[in-house]
Design a protein around this ligand. Structure first.
Ligand SMILES: [Zn+2]
Ligand SMILES: [Zn+2]
Length: 164
């Protein structure tokens, strides 16, 4: 969506608000398409004493795999972002500001990169996920496979032999 910001830029104290949904179903993260439903975005552009600030509040479901047990999980996420807007940038290196030539801003790109840069690098199905057994691959959240117990038993066995 192309945001028209001329009125906001030219009128101190003015504000533009809108809600829209951004489909990110095509976004491919390591072969997965985690955005099964569109991202809901609340957009606010505010002119405060001549400085225009863009506030984005995004709400979405993110489908991925647990980093430990590899079960598919869907996490409800809410991420907020704030950017300063400037019609032309004095300092190109300053990442705090986004340039908006002709008072327009291509919102989809801004929101997509904000979300992708701020996703956690790991997701767990739950904080205390027990993961998979390194020996037999059993999902330890659902079953106890006995491998760890057997390992302890054989160590005890060796101890016994030592004592004898
Ligand atoms: Zn898990
Ligand atoms: Zn096992």
């Amino acid at each position: 969506m192309l945001l028209q910001l001329k009125d906001v830029f030219l009128n101190d104290g003015s504000k533009l608000e809108l809600d829209y949904s951004l489909p990110l179903g095509d976004v491919d993260i390591n072969g997965d398409y985690p955005f099964k439903s569109p991202v809901s975005v609340a957009v606010q552009a505010v002119n405060r004493a001549g400085l225009v600030e863009l506030r984005l509040n995004t709400v979405f479901d993110y489908t991925t795999r647990c980093d430990r047990c590899f079960d598919e999980i869907t996490k409800h996420m809410e991420l907020s972002f704030t950017h300063g807007l400037a019609v032309s940038l004095v300092d190109e290196e300053n990442d705090d500001y986004i340039e908006t030539p002709d008072y327009t801003l291509e919102l989809d790109e801004v929101i997509t990169s904000d979300i992708l840069l701020n996703l956690p690098s790991k997701f767990l199905c739950r904080e205390d996920c027990r993961g998979l057994c390194p020996d037999c691959g059993a999902n330890l959240n659902r079953e106890s496979c006995g491998c760890a117990k057997n390992a302890v038993d054989s160590r005890l066995e060796i101890l016994k032999q030592l004592i004898d």
